[in-house]
Design a protein around this ligand. Sequence first.
Ligand code: WQD
Length: 340
Amino acid sequence: MRVLVSGGAGYIGSHTVLALVAAGHDVVVVDDFSNSKPTVVGRLESLSGRHIPVHAFDLTDADKTERLFDHEQIDAVIHFAGFKAVGESVAKPLQYYRNNLDSTFALVDAMNRHGVTKFVFSSSATVYGEKAPVPYQEDYEFLSSSSPYGQTKVMVERVLSDVAHITEGWKVALLRYFNPVGAHASGQIGEDPQGIPNNLMPFLAQVAVGKRDKLVVFGDDYPTVDGTCERDYLHVEDLAAGHVAALDHLDAMTEPVRAFNLGTGTGTSVLQMLHAFERAVGRELPFEVGPRRAGDLAAFWADPTRAQSELGWRATRTIDDMCVDTWRWQSANPQGFPDA
Ligand code: WQD
């Protein structure tokens, strides 16, 4: 199929572009490069051996989005593009609602005008809120989120579900990611957050490469294996494979919309991840324990059985693989992607 990948120059989008091409699909990327660099595309073309058409504009521009569907023959959409920083979303809620919702509306309108009915959405485990029993299961019905970012994911899931139920032929997969980490085995692409990383793995990588002094562990008094928070980390290449599996499964879906957890089903603590990273780097890494971070939950992970049984997908890479691959990327690209 010819797949439009929104946010295709981003961390998960770029890895999914490679997986789509490897699976025999054609890809068209749309990205406004507000949180990614154009140099990613050159890396994707050299890794895939294919030309990757790129349209650089903001998807909240409905006219440009319509024109994209006029010019490009598109069979399916995988929608990654969106603002995704939890803390920033608390400070700038209106920008998050406008960007994440308007971009989706523009895409859905253009799809309906051009008879495109296949949609894979980049959702998040954050939609399970703070009360869902662990392991999280897709049929949990009280979706919510404590951040505007997470609420945009809840809302877009709702919008897509309502559209899919009343639009002939629509099939939508809502992919709820747990904690994506790692990098392509080539070390040529990986996570390249702008500014100080919010997330654990890129921060660890920047400590290891000397860009940050030390890791601050946000609390060690949680009711967990070692007092630090436990999360379900999954390798971004496993995650990318999950998108291909979901896309290829849409026609076989009996429901117009279906959510799938993409996770390993196991939790790993902050200290366990720190020590795994030390094994990858071959030396100890400096850290100190600081206060808890507001909003953090102690522990959660996925029940991944639906994706296994219905998509034939499971995460295969280990925590050590995630750290080894992250370190290969970070040590080969200490400043991330070049600007030009
Ligand atoms: C993991 C653990 C921190 C940094 C977030 C978003 C979620 C999703 C994935 C988009 C926590 C601890 C972190 C540090 C630390 N993103 N930590 N020191 O919070 O589980 O999920 O990213 O969909 O929506 O909320 O991931 O990597 O930020 O934190 O101790 O410098 O590492 O407290 O326990 P999180 P994270």
